[in-house]
Structures are given as structure tokens and as C-alpha cells.
Ligand binder design. Structure first.
Ligand code: ADP
Ligand code: MG
Length: 329
């Protein structure tokens, strides 16, 4: 073929490919949260099919790990606490193992057994500004302890050693679901998209016009507003924020996240955003850094590869991890 003709037809094919791709987006309520699923596809029909695949995957995970659904594997693990090990799917074992690794590297600041905590703090304004007694506070966290989550990989079981223990995936489950949905769509050949679980999101590929996805970091003072925008290619970001959920006692402001080691709500931080390779890791580290505080939190993040962090403290001061700090504006 005439080389000029070849180039012209290649150009036409590329142009056609670029043109024929569309971006489609759907918002749904899954795992008790708002999920925005965005995919790039050849046409609306296949886009809708991919979005449906992603939704099905997220629902599957919710049914597996939700502690609200009484027939989930995790509910069974919680019911059998102190009694007997429960057989679960391998992916549940692996998720718990990763959660336990996070507990170890955060010195227990992150702990999925937080779920047994007594609800002595109320963050909806109904608390009568009375500090619970030290005994009440201590008792409220007495069942927490990741060391007592026992995994038997060979028999594929989980055992919570003490009666009354409970595990929950509130700080890691949405991120996990987003990662799984993304990986499934990549396997199905979807070249680009965003899975956004209420601000905890992961992206892959580029838009049909070859520009990068721009994502907003949630404003710590207002979850419905954005704080800043950044391009995010094949990465995930999650934000853990105080928003409006807080309690004021003796003129001191406490956040809705409780340090599982002490039983006291965390003070001093408005929001933590974490950028990493996976939504699960970002999700879990955002909560971890919230509990650890600015200094210990940044110390941890600076030791992790490919993880970046932005903290807004309660005086609206911003703190960056080393890698972010060294980047030009
Ligand atoms: P959001 O609910 O806005 O996504 P986070 O990602 O910070 O906020 O997750 C907070 C949730 O994590 C809590 O509602 C609770 O379910 C769970 N959680 C709270 N404290 C801990 C902790 N120390 N370790 C693990 N999970 C926690
Ligand atoms: Mg989170």
C-alpha cells in the first residue's frame, strides 16, 4: 500500500476509535453509600453492561462482608465470637490479613475489631455535653483487640477469641469494593474509568480525548464541596473527614473517629486524604492517620512507598507527606 495512504487510513482509524468512545456515568446507593461508577466504552449499551457488572460486584462484596446483613459471612464470624471458628471465603481471609497488617504497622490505631465498641459517644448533637466517666470509656473498648482475631489459613477459618468481640469493615470495605470492581472491569477490557465510593475513589486509563481524569479532594468542612482538584492516573484517593459529625465537651471539639486503644474520640484533625495505588489502602490509611494524629501519621506515611498524604488540622493548617511536599505546585 502507498505509505501516504497507509498513514491516512491509520489516522482515520485512530480518529474513528477516539470518536467512537464514550464516557458513561451512573450514581447508585451501594453499601449504604453513594457510588459513582464511570466507564469509557464503545457505546452506551456496552457501557451500561459494564456499569451493571461493577454494581453486581460491589453488591456481592457487601453481602460477603457487611456486618449489617445478618446472613453475611462476617455476621456469622461475629455471632460465633468466643465460641468457634467460622469458615469463610479465601478473599475474606486475605482482606482480614491485610487489615491485621495495618493494625500492626499503626500500632493498633487501625483495628477492625473497633466494631465491638459501646456507643457511648453520640455525634448527632444528642449528647448532653457530659463527658463519659473514665470507667465507662475504658469499658467501651474492652472487647477491642486485633491480636485476638485468629486466622487459620489452612482450614480457611476466622475465630474471634473472646465473646462479645466483633469485626467491621467500615474503614476499608468501600475501598476494597472499589478496587475489586475496577479490577473486574479491567479484566473485561474496559480501558478507563472511575469507581468513586463517596469520595474514596480509584481511576484507571485516560479519557477518550487522552486527558487524565481530574478528581476532587473532598472539603473537610463540607462533604458535598471540593477542596482542590488534581489529575489522578491509575491511582486511588480516599478522604476521612470530620465534616459535621463532632461533639463539643467543655469547649473542646472531638471528632467522630474514636481511638480504639483509649476509647476517646480523636482531636486535632479535620481531614486526612491519602493517595496510593489502591482504594482499600487509601481508605484504611486515611482512618489510621486520623487516629494517629499529624506527627505519627506523617511519620508512618513517609515510610511507605507510593503513598502520599494531605492532612488538614482543626486550625485549617495543611500538612503534607514528604513526597507531596517536594512536588512543585
Ligand atoms: P467515612 O465513613 O467517611 O468513609 P472513614 O473512612 O474514616 O470515614 O471510616 C470511618 C469508619 O471506620 C467508622 O464509621 C467505623 O465504621 C470505622 N472505624 C472507626 N474507627 C476505626 C478504627 N480505629 N479502625 C478501623 N475502623 C474504624
Ligand atoms: Mg475511609
Amino acid at each position: 500500500m502507498n505509505p501516504r495512504l497507509l498513514i491516512a487510513s491509520l489516522y482515520l482509524i485512530c480518529f474513528h476509535l477516539g470518536q467512537s468512545q464514550i464516557i458513561r456515568n451512573k450514581t447508585t446507593l451501594l453499601m449504604g453509600s453513594r457510588f459513582d461508577i464511570t466507564v469509557v466504552a464503545e457505546n452506551e449499551q456496552s457501557a451500561d453492561q459494564f456499569i451493571q457488572n461493577a454494581e453486581d460486584e460491589i453488591i456481592r462484596i457487601e453481602n460477603l462482608i457487611s456486618s449489617w446483613k445478618t446472613d453475611s459471612q462476617i455476621s456469622e464470624v461475629n455471632r460465633m465470637a468466643g465460641k468457634a471458628p467460622v469458615k469463610v471465603d479465601l478473599e475474606v481471609i486475605e482482606l482480614i490479613e491485610r487489615a491485621l497488617t495495618l493494625s500492626k504497622i499503626t500500632d493498633g490505631a487501625f483495628d477492625i475489631s473497633y466494631a465491638s465498641m459501646d456507643q457511648i459517644w453520640k455525634f448527632d448533637g444528642s449528647m448532653d455535653s457530659r463527658m463519659p466517666s473514665p470507667d465507662e470509656i475504658r469499658a467501651s473498648v474492652s472487647k477491642i483487640g486485633y491480636e485476638h482475631i485468629l486466622i487459620d489459613k489452612k482450614n480457611q477459618t476466622v475465630f474471634l477469641e473472646h465473646a462479645g468481640m466483633k469485626i467491621g469493615f467500615g474503614a476499608i470495605g468501600k475501598g476494597y469494593a472499589a478496587d475489586r470492581a475496577k479490577n473486574m472491569l479491567i479484566k473485561k477490557g474496559v480501558t478507563a474509568g472511575i469507581i468513586n465510593a463517596s469520595g474514596d475513589l480509584t481511576t484507571w486509563g485516560r479519557k477518550p480525548d487522552q486527558t487524565e481524569w481530574m478528581v476532587g479532594i473532598t472539603n473537610p468542612l463540607n462533604k458535598t464541596k471540593f477542596f482542590s482538584w488534581l489529575p489522578l492516573a491509575d491511582k486511588a484517593i480516599a478522604t476521612s473527614g470530620n465534616y459535621e459529625k463532632k461533639v463539643i465537651i467543655d469547649d473542646l471539639e472531638y471528632s467522630h473517629i474514636i481511638d480504639p486503644r483509649t476509647g476517646y474520640p480523636v482531636r486535632g484533625i479535620s481531614s486526612v486524604s491519602i493517595i496510593s495505588e489502591s482504594a482499600e489502602l487509601s481508605d484504611a490509611l486515611a482512618t489510621s492517620v486520623f487516629v494517629l494524629g499529624v506527627e505519627k501519621g506523617l511519620f508512618l506515611i513517609d515510610q511507605l512507598e507510593q503513598v502520599e498524604c494531605l492532612i488538614v488540622d482543626s486550625n485549617n493548617q495543611m500538612h503534607f507527606s514528604k513526597q507531596l511536599k517536594s512536588k512543585p505546585e
